[in-house]
Write a protein that binds this ligand. Structure first.
Ligand code: CMX
Length: 442
């Protein structure tokens, strides 16, 4: 496998690089931590390392150094597709170099070979009660496959530390290969009545997902490619990435670790914001029975804030400008269906809500994040998030399919570099008060 050979050739160089950095500069301070940060969700505490992506507050995400527009331009595409292959993105995340079409297709081929979901996974999902949420099923499906882990089997057989990454890679390819089919199955179980077609060897990972969702419009395959690329990774400090890394640091395999990450993604302040953002748009639309006037929308936004709720899809813990992942989706909608009413509304919210949040003066970032518009695009193709009876959250499953690419690429590298068990120190409030008193006295 080219992917594996490329990774194997990089390992000695990276191990040496990290060893030297630690030996020569291990005691150099990276930053300081304030009491506000300790109590404030560790915002901006520099305590994690990843070379796969980085987020600049103003510019947004770069994956292996490439911005979202650069990725959409440079990653290999199949003839006739508007958007690149997710296999190329996965190669880039893992190897750190832009793949050729051949290299991207090799990953796609690996995924095809490994895509059959064991029947017991479907049996587990079908045994769950009707009110089980899609994200619960998604996390369970991943966890159910844990017994397939080669990493854990090899650990039990006494694998060498230097070889851990290869089994993490095998597991990661095995797991990610199956996620589109699992997501489509969950959608159909919860909301659909389509006869899911078997995987089509002619189609790529994202194209197969679109086919299994029974969406007839061919453009949905390109939206899926776009969606799976832009949601994949966002540094290591976000909850899904961090939770996956934390669990993986115990040498739990990728199934245990990703399932944990998915449970974090399910929260409304993280991945579930995409569902809440669409519900909010639909509430606006239902109230007026049409796309409202900007002044009506402004009033609706204020009413939301006055009831103590956040405007979903707006604000970010790190970003301070419009999220480029929002922009990429906005451009896709503007190009293909600018007159779809819910898309139009989402675009109008972008004009109105930042001004409202600025006026309110609380949110440090009044701009849209990735979740503000993704649901508006899905609903255009008839893909729903909720069945209207309290079962909701399929859009977060889509986020999870993509996020699994980023967290598993990070897990491969964490094992390659032998990253240790994560174990930060906690303090009591009394200890913090004593630190505060001593510091003031100096
Ligand atoms: N609407 C209303 N108020 C908001 C807001 C929004 N969209 N974003 C932030 N605020 C408020 C916060 O609730 C906080 O209020 P309190 O002081 O009363 O607690 C204040 O502004 C300061 O918050 P912040 O420092 O700007 O933001 P945080 O880093 O604490 O939180 C986030 C970041 C994303 C949780 C927050 O902006 C939010 O709740 N946004 C809406 C939910 C959302 O879109 N989440 C998805 C994020 C992307 C992802 O992970 O998928």
């Amino acid at each position: 496998m080219i992917l594996k050979d490329k990774l194997a050739s990089q390992m000695p160089v990276w191990r040496e690089r990290v060893r030297n950095l630690l030996a020569e500069s291990g005691d150099v301070k990276v930053g300081e931590v304030t009491i506000k940060q300790v109590y404030g969700g560790m915002r901006d505490v520099k305590s994690l390392v990843t070379d796969i992506s980085s987020v600049d507050p103003n510019e947004g995400i770069r994956l292996r150094g490439y911005t979202i527009p650069e990725l959409l331009e440079k990653l290999p595409k199949l003839h006739g597709d508007e958007m690149p292959l997710a296999g190329g993105l996965y190669y880039l995340l893992l190897v750190g170099e832009l793949p050729s079409l051949e290299e991207a297709l090799e990953v796609e081929e690996e995924w095809k070979k490994r895509s059959t979901v064991p029947q017991y996974v479907y049996d587990v999902l079908c045994a769950m009660p009707p009110q089980a949420q899609p994200m619960t099923l998604f996390s369970q499906a991943i966890l159910a496959m844990q017994s397939e882990s080669i990493f854990t089997r090899k650990y039990d057989e006494g694998m060498r530390k230097d070889d851990q990454w290869t089994y993490m890679l095998e597991d990661s390819l095995d797991m990610t290969a199956k996620l589109p089919a699992i997501a489509a199955f969950i959608y159909n179980l919860k909301y659909g009545d389509c006869h899911i077609p078997p995987a089509n060897p002619e189609l790529d990972w994202s194209g197969n997902f679109a086919a299994m969702m029974c969406v007839e419009d061919e453009l949905y395959a390109d939206l899926s490619r776009l969606y799976f690329i832009i949601h994949s990774d966002h540094e290591s400090g976000n909850v899904s990435a961090h939770a996956t890394h934390l669990v993986g640091s115990t040498l739990s395999d990728i199934y245990y670790a990703t399932s944990a990450g998915m449970n974090g993604l399910a929260g409304p302040l993280h991945g579930r914001a995409n569902q809440e953002a669409l519900s909010w748009l639909l509430d606006v639309f239902d109230k007026y029975g049409r796309v409202p006037e900007p002044e009506e929308l402004r009033q609706f936004a204020w009413d939301t804030l006055k009831t103590g709720h956040v405007i979903p899809g707006y604000g970010h813990a790190v970003l301070r400008k419009t999220d480029p992942r929002f922009t990429a989706q906005h451009e896709f909608g503007m190009k293909h269906f600018p007159n779809d009413p819910i898309f139009k509304l989402a675009a109008m919210v972008y004009d109105v809500v930042p001004k409202v949040l600025l006026e309110q003066g609380k949110a440090k970032d009044p701009w849209p994040n990735v979740d503000a518009i993704s649901g508006a695009l899905q609903q255009h193709f008839g893909v729903q998030d909720s069945d209207g009876t309290g079962v909701y959250g399929f859009y977060t499953v889509l986020f999870g399919v993509s996020r699994a690419l980023g967290v598993s690429a990070n897990a491969v590298w964490a094992r390659a570099l032998g990253q240790p068990l994560e174990r930060p120190k906690s303090l009591t409030t009394k200890m913090l008060e004593e630190v505060a008193t001593k510091t003031k006295a100096v």
